[in-house]
Design a protein around this ligand. Structure first.
Ligand code: ADP
Ligand code: MG
Length: 349
């Protein structure tokens, strides 16, 4: 599905130093905390009177992404977003990034430039400075490792372990669409491999495909909570799926929960596509993952502040540990919530 490249410059002809210079020459630092960025042995940051929040993620071709249907620009963008999302999930503001890559000689300078266009797009949108990284050769596939650094007031940092009995469970945006986007892209890939002459028509599913390829990190929700003077009692970003991420909060907070199926926010497009593809929509939301929405708990006294906000939905409440972590279905049955989302180390069959 990728288009033939018009010109192809070999990385080996350009050399590592010229490549880094080529990729990063137009990038300017924006944050006061970035003292020195790319170009020396190390970057220099200065945070005054606030905590520094650090997160890192590794993405491997064939494990986390498939270049058959993920354009490199989108991959660059999304690789940054998943890291920023982790910083926002601490109720913190990201400021800097390092991006390390390893690629085989299959990749040209033009391809890597495209990847960096996506990285810069995300940096610009979220006001984050690229301050360093490393460039390497891999024997097979494309490897990405990104570290994001941010800041927060100590009293506002939100951990996974602070949820209390009777707190309300809230989620931003809607769920399940990134998973349905993946199903759609996988299906088109299969059709393409069998019938290369058939052009995929993904236009009608722009929202769903966009949620898979170009997700947003919920900066706006962190800013909104600050404006409403709400410090959530716990928070996590939904990367593995609602069930497994809610279970992380329950386990770390040593509490139980009741999650109501009918309250789980889903876009109409997502429900319709799930129905068409014979996938249970609730399952897509519970186990799908990659939504990068924020899942958080608030104390009941903050309910008035969020109750009319269209970007936040209350989907249940926290109970005591003895009650377990339960899903209450539309017809009022109760099931144990199970972590069936993404697992980096699946059991062999
Ligand atoms: P060193 O040999 O000391 O590791 P490098 O030549 O790898 O130095 O890096 C030189 C500078 O370029 C450093 O500031 C480093 O952080 C930056 N850099 C290297 N690779 C990348 C990359 N892929 N993306 C962004 N910055 C990079
Ligand atoms: Mg280096």
């Amino acid at each position: 599905m990728s288009e033939a490249e018009e010109t192809r410059t070999e990385i080996s002809n350009m050399g590592e130093f010229a490549l880094i210079e080529h990729l990063t020459k137009n990038f300017q630092l924006k944050n006061d905390s970035s003292i020195k960025g790319i170009g020396d042995d190390a970057a220099v940051l200065r945070y005054i009177a606030r905590c520094t929040v650090v997160t890192t993620d590794m993405l491997l071709e064939g494990v986390h992404f498939d270049l058959m249907y993920v354009p490199l620009k989108h991959l660059g963008y999304k690789s940054v977003i998943v890291n920023l999302s982790d910083i926002y999930a601490m109720n913190a503001i990201p400021r800097q990034l390092t991006v390390s890559i390893a690629m085989s000689n299959r990749f040209s300078v033009e391809a890597i430039t495209e990847f960096y266009e996506g990285v810069f797009h995300a940096c610009k949108k979220y006001n984050v400075d690229l301050v360093g990284g490393d460039t390497n050769v891999s024997l097979k596939g494309f490897v990405i490792s990104i570290t994001a650094i941010g800041e927060a007031e100590k009293s506002k940092i939100t951990y996974r372990n602070g949820a209390k009995k009777n707190d309300l469970i809230c989620v931003s945006g809607d769920l399940g669409s990134a998973y349905m986007g993946l199903q759609l892209l996988e299906r088109e890939k299969k059709i393409f491999l069998e019938h290369p002459e058939v052009q995929p028509d993904l236009e009608q599913q722009a929202y769903i495909v966009g949620r898979q390829l170009m997700p947003d990190a919920r900066k706006d929700i962190v800013e909104l909570l600050d404006k409403l003077e709400i410090v959530p009692t716990s928070m996590i970003d939904i990367s593995d799926g609602l069930s497994s991420d809610l279970l992380h909060i329950c386990n770390q907070s040593k509490v139980g929960c009741r999650l109501y199926e009918e309250k789980i926010p889903m876009a109409e497009e997502t429900r319709a596509l799930a129905f068409k593809m014979g996938i249970d929509a609730t399952t897509a939301a519970l186990n799908g993952g990659e939504d990068y929405e924020l899942l958080f708990t608030i104390s009941q006294q903050d309910y008035e502040k969020i109750k009319n906000n269209p970007d936040i939905t209350v989907i249940g409440h926290i109970s005591d540990k003895e009650g377990g972590a339960k899903l209450v279905t539309r017809n009022n049955n109760e099931y144990d919530l199970l972590a069936q989302g993404w697992n980096a180390f699946p059991k062999s069959e």
